[in-house]
Design a protein around this ligand. Structure first.
Ligand code: DGL
Length: 281
């Protein structure tokens, strides 16, 4: 059901739930904001809940059972907001738990996969492709199967970047430290052999311009956001608000940070309210 305006949290407190349906966008932290921005542009009349598990970020080094338990907690938390779909705007959560969640919950759960297929299918004159991801995604059977399925010419290399998620959570986007970290890691590759770099973690998308700056001219930098939002819209199967004011409510599980709130206010294309900590926890 589509209604104008923001969620009223006092009503949620009193009655236990709201009548409005929402689209939940999930990430371990601030990476999924990049996907949320695209989703808002594509569906400006929708009601979005953004759940960032900043208490537990990074997910990359964590074991699968722990990640699944965090996602179960998220599903419980968002239930009163009547999600009509949950977007896992997190490659690590997708490779670890998308199937698990789909078995447990009866609503569309849309995952996010590194853009390996589009990278292979572009006209790359047989140049190599570098897939950047978290440790968890780089180890996952799901990513390796995806690569095996499409990489007939054995052009794909997978590289975990251990520090970029933490940099992003600290809102360090183009500092000397970030540059030095990326330059050190990329220096072991002959980057002139590469035609494309895939940003296989939503946190890395904040660094698109920096990658373009560090990589040789002509290397394409791809991510999966646009394709994932199209998939989300397909799964909503017409159940998309077409009129009225949209809304956005944000819940970050970690300690409230003024710098993060100021960053979100500056970056997001619409006003938002905060779902306070302690709500349904
Ligand atoms: N943004 C996430 C991803 O796309 C997870 C990063 C992390 O928490 O390690 O993989």
């Amino acid at each position: 059901m589509c209604q104008p305006g923001n969620f009223n949290f006092d009503i949620i407190k009193r009655k236990g739930s709201v009548s409005m349906e929402s689209i939940v966008v999930f990430d371990s932290g601030l990476g999924g904001i990049t996907a949320l921005i695209e989703a808002i542009h594509a569906m400006p009349h929708e009601h979005f809940i953004y759940y960032g598990d900043t208490l537990h970020v990074p997910y990359g080094p964590k074991d699968p059972d722990t990640i699944k338990s965090y996602l179960d907690h998220m599903m419980e938390f968002v239930a009163p907001y009547h999600p009509k779909a949950v977007l896992l705007a997190c490659n690590t959560a997708t490779v670890t738990a998308a199937d698990y969640l789909r078995h447990r919950y009866r609503l569309p759960i849309i995952g996010m996969e590194p853009a390996v297929k589009p990278a292979i299918e572009r006209d790359g004159e047989n140049k190599r492709i570098l897939v950047l991801s978290t440790e968890g995604t780089s180890r996952s059977q799901r990513l390796h199967s995806l690569v095996e399925r499409f990489d007939n010419d054995h052009l794909v290399d997978i590289l975990p970047l251990p520090n970029l998620v933490d940099f992003a959570e600290r809102l360090e986007f183009d500092t000397d430290d970030v540059r030095a970290d990326l330059e050190a890691i990329l220096s072991s590759f002959d980057l002139d052999d590469y035609g494309a770099v895939v940003l296989g973690c939503t946190h890395f998308i904040w660094y698109r311009d920096l990658f373009l700056d560090l990589l040789p001219k002509g290397v394409e930098v791809l991510d999966g956001n646009a394709a994932t939002i199209r998939q989300l819209m397909r799964k909503l199967n017409g159940n998309i608000c077409r009129e009225g004011a949209g809304s956005l409510a944000i819940h970050l599980t970690g300690k409230r940070r003024e710098d993060v709130m100021a960053f979100l206010k500056k970056t997001l294309p619409m006003d938002f309210s905060e779902i306070p900590k302690g709500h349904y926890e």
